[in-house]
Design a protein around this ligand. Sequence first.
Ligand code: PEP
Ligand code: CO
Length: 450
Amino acid sequence: MATKLETWSPTSWRTRDVAQSPHWPDTSALQRVENELATKPPLVFAGEARRLTSHLADVAEGRAFLLQAGDCAESFHDSGADAIRDKLKVILQMAVALTYGSGVPVVKVGRIAGQFAKPRSQTEETIDGVTLEAFRGHIVNDEPFEEEARRPDPTRMLQAYHQSVSTLNLLRAFTKGGFADLSRVHAWNQQFVVETIEGKRFSAIADDIERALRFMKACGIDLDRESSLHEVDFYTSHEALILPYEQAFVRQDSLSGDWFDTSAHMLWIGDRTRQRDGAHVEFLRGVKNPLGLKVGPSMTPRELVELVDVLSPENEPGRLTLVCRLGHDNVARLLAPLIEAVRDAGQRVVWACDPMHGNTINAASGRKTRRFDDVLSEVEQFFGVHHQLGTWAGGLHIELTGDDVTECLGGGRGVVEGDLETNYTTMCDPRLNASQSLDLAFRVAEFLQN
Ligand code: PEP
Ligand code: CO
């Protein structure tokens, strides 16, 4: 069912409704920033994005698993090396737990080096009769409830770019420069994780891996020459929410003539900006990067098939990942009809599960939190439904941090409501801490194996 589409250009989104747009007070300042960003070097190259698409094609075809993970929102106040390293450690640990437990290769994508913008349910906030713009992430404004802080400031986009550059630079160094070497697998286990059940389980795997490496070496295999033992492919992603920013990074690939959004390898459309005729769908349909589409409980099977058709008109496997975030009490009812509709339309996609965004609750204290058991339940049901339908449960999309935070309840070391205040540092949604993340990875490895 090919949909007739108007000609796409990097600016064609501007004729559409832009959901979730900040109320920029000074459009000429915005224009100046856009012009400046457009002269900057790209963050990623077309060839890298194409390579990720081909890895994701393996996922779409049931030969690999996608792990997409990172912060809900990156912060301008937290740009140091340690936070980046620790997030990477957890993701590498999860990937090892998943691969070791299931034998399935894992494609690693961070919500990192550009994940600065947040869609909001309430676009304004009113306290004591004063109404200000909601906090929309550091790429737009700042958190304190003060007029100056909340006023959208386009120069923040420049800062977001520079922080993305330095984050990505470090990630490239870590993943290609020795830190991700499998012989260092023990070093990814952080001090506060080592003593937990998950940490011990991870240490046991790390011992096994070291033994296997020693064995191969003793057999005369030249391990130094096996680059896959010493470096990992790690890709970046973020929600493509602030379109003036994204447009500034659109470049035409000199090899293929295709357009790429060079702000990240993979970009996704959030559940609040996925209108078929809206600006975000219009913008992303024209760039060749692999795309994600969040699928929330209000998505109908028909709408989904239409969106897949618009976003992946060539039906190339790896092009589109459907990130389902239905909520643990909705999956059983809503997921199967969505999968069946896409399958019956012959559409080739990656199915991933985001068990975070449909399971946010308020604790008695008013803190936003998530129960590990709800998160796990959504993932387990996601695997169950795919198993029944004979389709491939291809990925996990989660919000985590490498810090020992107390933002989600249960799992790992069993955070309880009274612990939430101990170390609650997220700027937006509650994230899994390192041991909860590892706990989840071990369980997902079991689902994968079955
Ligand atoms: C997110 O991934 O941080 C997010 C806001 O998700 P969603 O669009 O699914 O609500
Ligand atoms: Co979030």
